[in-house]
Design a protein around this ligand. Structure first.
Ligand code: 3HC
Length: 663
C-alpha cells in the first residue's frame, strides 16, 4: 500500500504530498505522517522551503468525518497547523480540487498559497453541525474580514478561488493543471527570499473595527433564535478572533468545536452526510465510473416531462423531448422557455446561460427523439398518491431502454431533491449505476429502493398522521401536537398540513384502526380546511393566520370517551415511536434496505429537519429504550403504532443503534 504522505526534495524544496484517496481526508494516519514529514523537512539542512500538496483529484477536502465518532487521537489538526505556521522555513500550499474544512484550514496555516484557477474553497463544517476547528474561525477573518469569513462559515458553500473576494487566499493562480507543480516549485524559491509569513499575525481583515463590530452584532442577532447551535457558535468564534489574542481565540474555537462534536445536532448531520452517500449506492457495484450521460431523451408531454426537461437543461444535458401531439410540442417549448425566464428574473441564471440551455433542447416525435440518446426516460403521468401529503405526490419515469428501472421524483421535479431509484426485478447493476449517475447529474439525491410497490415516504407520513390522530383519540389537543412537532423542527405539522390539503380529501383517504377519522368529523361539520377558513384551526385575516378554535375542541370531546390525556412531553417520543416502528416494518418487508435510507427520504423529500437526522436517527438520539418505554405506556387499539415491532424490540434488547436495522 502506498504511503499516505510522501516526501521528496527537489532543488531545496521538500514536496510533501498527501495521498489518501478519495478526497485526502485528514485522518489520523495522514496527520501522523504529515507531522513527521514536516519535522524532517524542517530539520533537513538541504531543504529551504516546504510545499504541501494533495495527490489525485484534490488537496485535502477536510478532516475525516468518520473519526468524529471515535476517541480523539494526537496529533490533532490544530497542532499541525501551529507547527506549520511556526516553521522557520516558508511553507507553501499547492491547491487544486475542493479545498474544504480542515483542508482549507491547513492551507490557511501555510505561509503562502498557490492554486489552480479551477480550485474551489470552503468551510462546510456548519453543514455537519460544527464550526471550523483547526483555526479557521481565527485565520479566515484575519485575512478577509468578518463579513466574508462569516459568509463562508455560515453558508458552508464551495467558492471559486479565482474570484473576488476569495482570490485573496491565493498568492498566485495557475490556469493549466500540468503547469501547477512547476509554478509551485518556482514560487517556493521566491518564498525563500520572502521568508515565513504567519497568518496568525495578519490583521488586514480587521482594518475597519467599527464595520467589523457592526457586522458581528448583526450576524449574532440573525442567528439568535435559529435552531442550529453551530451557527451561533460560529459568530461567537469570529467575534473572539476580533476581540481576543490569537491563542485565546483558538482556545475558544477548540472548546466550542469539542462541545459541538458531542452534540446531537452534529451527530444527526454527520449521519445525514453518510446516509445520503450510502443511499445512492448499488450493492454490487460494477463500475466506479459509470458511462457519462450527455443526451437525455424524455418522452411525454405533461407537467413531469417539462419539469424534468428544465432540470436536465439546468444540469447541462442535451434534451431530446418526444411528444406525440404536435400542438402540445409548441406549448411544451413555451413552458420550458417561461421556466428559464423565471429563473433569470429570480437571479438564479444569467440570460446567457438560459439561452445556451434552450439551444440544447429539441422537440420532436417520440421515435425520432429516442435516436442518439444515451438514456431515455418515459415521464409517465399516472400519478401515485401518497396517503396524506398532497405535496409529496410522486410520479414514475421509466428508463425506456431497459424498462426495468423506475425513477420516482418528488414533486415539483425541477425543485425537489429526492428521487427514488426503483430496482425492477431484471435491472442490471450497470443500468442502475447509470440511472443513479443521471439523478446525481440532475443535482438530486438518489435513494436506491428495491421494491416499487410502495413509497417509503408515503408509508412514513401515513404513520405520522395515524399517530397524531391516535393521540387525539387519547385526549391530546391537535394544537398541542402541532406545537410540540413545530418546536421539534417540523415545518408543516400534521393538522396544519391537513387543513392546507382540505379535510374532505384527507377524510376520504384516511384509514383508521380503532379510532375516529377526525378529518372526516370536521369536514362533516362544515369545517373543510383552510380554504373554508375553518378546519382543525380557524383562519383569520387576509393572511389566513391559523388560530386555535374552541369549537373544534368541543367537536373532538363529543366524539371521544373520557381520557387521561397525553403528557405533552410524550407527544414527540410517541410520534417518533410510531415512525420508527413503521421504519422497522419497511426494512423487514424489504421495501427499504436500511434505516438510514428512510431518513434520507424523509429529509430530502418530506422536509424533515436535517439537523434531526430524519425520524430513525432522531429516535436513536432520543434513546431507543426511552422511546420504546413511552410506546409501551400508550394504550391504543391500533397496535401497529406503539407495540414495538420485533425488529425494533431486538434493537432495544441488544442495545444497538439504527445502523443495525438492515435487510
Ligand atoms: N471525511 C470522510 N470521508 C469523506 C469526506 C470527509 N471529509 N469527504 C468525502 N468523504 C468520502 C465520502 O463519504 C465518499 O465515501 P464513499 O465513496 O465510501 O461513499 C467519498 O469520500 C467520496 O465523496 P463524494 O461521493 O461526496 O464525492 P464527490 O466527488 O461528489 O464530492 C466532496 C467530493 C466535495 C469533497 C464531498 O465529498 C464533500 O463535500 N465532502 C465533505 C467535505 C467536508 O465537509 N469537509 C469538512 C469536514 S469537517 C472538518 O474538516 C473539521 C475541521 O474544521 C477540523
Amino acid at each position: 500500500m502506498a504511503e499516505v504522505v510522501q516526501c521528496s526534495v527537489h532543488e531545496g524544496v521538500a514536496v510533501v504530498s498527501i495521498n489518501h484517496p478519495p478526497v485526502n481526508a485528514l485522518a489520523w494516519q495522514v496527520r501522523d505522517s504529515l507531522l513527521t514529514a514536516l519535522e524532517c523537512a524542517e530539520m533537513d539542512s538541504e531543504v529551504r522551503a516546504i510545499l504541501i500538496a494533495g495527490a489525485g483529484k484534490t488537496f485535502p477536502a477536510g478532516a475525516d468525518i468518520a473519526e468524529f465518532d471515535m476517541p480523539r487521537k494526537e496529533p490533532w489538526l490544530p497542532q499541525i497547523c501551529t507547527q506549520i505556521e511556526m516553521c522557520r522555513k516558508p511553507v507553501v500550499a499547492e491547491l487544486h480540487g475542493t479545498v474544504l474544512g480542515g483542508g482549507f484550514e491547513l492551507a490557511l496555516a501555510c505561509h503562502y498559497r498557490i492554486g489552480l484557477r479551477s480550485t474551489r474553497v470552503g468551510l462546510p463544517e456548519v453543514k455537519l453541525g460544527l464550526i471550523p476547528g483547526a483555526g479557521g474561525t481565527q485565520r479566515t477573518p484575519r485575512l478577509v474580514g468578518a463579513k466574508v469569513a462569516l459568509d463562508m462559515i455560515l453558508s458552508g458553500r464551495m467558492l471559486p478561488l479565482d474570484q473576488a473576494p476569495y482570490r485573496i487566499f491565493a498568492d498566485r493562480l495557475v490556469v493549466e493543471p500540468e503547469d501547477l507543480r512547476a509554478a509551485a516549485l518556482e514560487f517556493c524559491h521566491e518564498a525563500v527570499s520572502k521568508g515565513p509569513r504567519p497568518s496568525c499575525e495578519r490583521r488586514e481583515g480587521f482594518a475597519d473595527p467599527v464595520a467589523t463590530q457592526l457586522e458581528l452584532t448583526k450576524r449574532a442577532a440573525d442567528e439568535a433564535d435559529g435552531p442550529e447551535n453551530a451557527r451561533r457558535e460560529a459568530v461567537a468564534a469570529v467575534e473572539a478572533a476580533f476581540l481576543l489574542p490569537f491563542d485565546a481565540g483558538c482556545a475558544f474555537e477548540e472548546a466550542a468545536f469539542a462541545d459541538l462534536v458531542a452534540s446531537d445536532q452534529s451527530k444527526a448531520l454527520r449521519h445525514a452526510f453518510f446516509a445520503e452517500r450510502r443511499a445512492a449506492k448499488v450493492a454490487q457495484s460494477v463500475d466506479p465510473h459509470p458511462s457519462q450521460i450527455k443526451t437525455l431523451a424524455i418522452l411525454g408531454g405533461g407537467m413531469l416531462a417539462s419539469q424534468l426537461a428544465v432540470a436536465a437543461l439546468n444540469a447541462g444535458l442535451a434534451v431530446r423531448w418526444g411528444i406525440a401531439d404536435s400542438d402540445r410540442r409548441i406549448a411544451a417549448w413555451t413552458d420550458v422557455e417561461d421556466s428559464l425566464e423565471d429563473a433569470v428574473s429570480a437571479g438564479d441564471l444569467t440570460k446567457q446561460v438560459a439561452n445556451d440551455a434552450l439551444k440544447r433542447l429539441i422537440c420532436g416525435t417520440m421515435p425520432d427523439m429516442i435516436k442518439n440518446a444515451d438514456f431515455v426516460i418515459r415521464a409517465a403521468e399516472g400519478l401515485q398518491r401518497s396517503d396524506m401529503a398532497e405535496d409529496v405526490v410522486c410520479a414514475i419515469a421509466v428508463a425506456e431502454n431497459v424498462d426495468q428501472i423506475g425513477l420516482r421524483f418528488a414533486r415539483p421535479a425541477h425543485l425537489s431533491r429526492l428521487v427514488e431509484v426503483i430496482e425492477g426485478p431484471r435491472a442490471r447493476p450497470d443500468q442502475l449505476e447509470s440511472a443513479i449517475a443521471l439523478v446525481k447529474r440532475l443535482g438530486k439525491q438518489p435513494v436506491h429502493v428495491r421494491s416499487s410497490g410502495e413509497t417509503i415516504g408515503g408509508r412514513m407520513m401515513a404513520a405520522l398522521h395515524r399517530a397524531a390522530d391516535a393521540l387525539v383519540d387519547l385526549g391530546a389537543s391537535p394544537y398541542d401536537i402541532d406545537d410540540a412537532l413545530t418546536k421539534w423542527g417540523l415545518e408543516l405539522p400534521p393538522f396544519l398540513q391537513r387543513d392546507a390539503t382540505g379535510l374532505r380529501i384527507v377524510g376520504r383517504v384516511e384509514r383508521r384502526e380503532g379510532g375516529m377519522n377526525w378529518s372526516a368529523v370536521l369536514a362533516q361539520a362544515g369545517r373543510t380546511g383552510r380554504a373554508s377558513r375553518q378546519g382543525f384551526y380557524s383562519y383569520l385575516g387576509d393572511a389566513a393566520t391559523p388560530v386555535h378554535d374552541d369549537k373544534a375542541l368541543t367537536l373532538f370531546d363529543k366524539h371521544r370517551a373520557d381520557t387521561n390525556g397525553v403528557k405533552k412531553t410524550d407527544i414527540v417520543p410517541l410520534i417518533l415511536g410510531a415512525m420508527v416502528n413503521e421504519g422497522a416494518r419497511l426494512v423487514d418487508e424489504h421495501v427499504a434496505a436500511c434505516a438510514s435510507d428512510i431518513d434520507v427520504v424523509m429529509m430530502t423529500g418530506h422536509q424533515f429537519p436535517r439537523w434531526r437526522g430524519g425520524p430513525m436517527k432522531a429516535a436513536e438520539l432520543h434513546g431507543l429504550f426511552r422511546v420504546a418505554r413511552t410506546m409501551q405506556g400508550a394504550n391504543h387499539p391500533d397496535k401497529a403504532l406503539w407495540v414495538p415491532h420485533p425488529r425494533l424490540a431486538a434493537l432495544v434488547r441488544n442495545g444497538e443503534g439504527i445502523e443495525a436495522l438492515t435487510n
